[in-house]
Design a protein around this ligand. Structure first.
Ligand code: ZN
Length: 269
């Protein structure tokens, strides 16, 4: 019923207060009767509602993890193993003179993600050949799609990410900040998009220009030491769900109910 960190009592006073506020236009005994019965109703209904909401929040977060980190791409549920950085990111800009004003926003966005992942970030001079994470300012885009920004990752046989590359389009003046935070998420191991989730990776929430609370949970989960690079999707899906349950303060019972049957990304249609 109740769960750690999500006090059982919290739903009741809140519901009770709403009832009292709504009841102020009523008088005397009528008000007390209504408030009394509604409070009783709240008492009967609230615990179940809280459980259902708690399970739904965890199920949504677990799905967002599977869709962003454990599948090949948006249109493919092909399961992919955990891919992540294990060593410091060594960051270099290929052509910072092409957009000097965008260097710092780009760097800060990458740094924000690296901090959530507990991966150190080392700033290198332009053109340093020891860089493993390179940002290009590119007005032309790739594949003839000039307005686009791109982020990619390369990994080795052990599924450790060894290189990240961003192509950020400086002509995206209205939403460059979104490019700057969305694309490095791909380079950190979230290679696909959880469109239904309130995430900077969703195309549905396309106005999202900074990490959401869910994004921070997703990053901390992927970079939790329990999730080793190369962990197959079905196992990773359950482990990630358990880690997310901790971040969401979900009770053990609710986590059992949501996590134990997870098998990884589901085919949409
Ligand atoms: Zn993307």
């Amino acid at each position: 019923m109740g769960s750690a960190g999500r006090p059982y009592e919290s739903g009741l006073p809140r519901n009770g207060l709403q009832v009292l506020a709504a009841g102020r236009t009523l008088l005397g005994a009528t008000m007390r009767t209504i408030v009394g019965s509604v409070l009783l109703l709240a008492f009967l209904v609230a615990p179940g509602t809280t459980d259902a909401q708690s399970r739904q929040a965890l199920a949504d977060a677990a799905r967002a993890f599977d869709e962003s980190a454990l599948r090949a791409e948006d249109n493919s549920a092909k399961p992919m193993p955990v891919r992540k950085w294990m060593a410091p990111v060594r960051l270099s800009f290929a052509n910072r003179s092409a957009a000097p004003g965008l260097v710092e926003p780009s760097r800060q966005a990458i740094k924000t993600i690296a901090a959530q992942a507990s991966i150190a970030l080392v700033d290198l001079a332009d053109g340093d050949s020891s860089a493993n994470f390179v940002v290009y300012f590119d007005e032309n885009g790739l594949n003839g799609r000039s307005g686009y920004c791109f982020g990619s990752a390369r990994w080795d046989k052990a599924k450790v990410i060894t290189r990240g590359e961003l192509r950020l389009n400086p002509t995206r003046i209205r939403d460059f900040d979104r490019c700057a935070i969305h694309e490095p998420m791909h380079s950190f191991g979230f290679l696909s998009h959880p469109h239904a989730a309130e995430s900077v990776l969703s195309y549905v929430f396309k106005g999202q220009r900074e990490l959401t609370e869910l994004d921070r949970h997703l990053i901390r989960t992927l970079y939790d030491p329990q999730l080793r690079p190369g962990t197959p999707a079905p196992v990773a899906s359950q482990t990630a769900c358990r880690i997310l349950a901790k971040w969401l303060n979900t009770s053990t019972g609710d986590a059992d109910a949501v996590c134990s049957a997870r098998t990884g990304p589901i085919v949409a249609n």
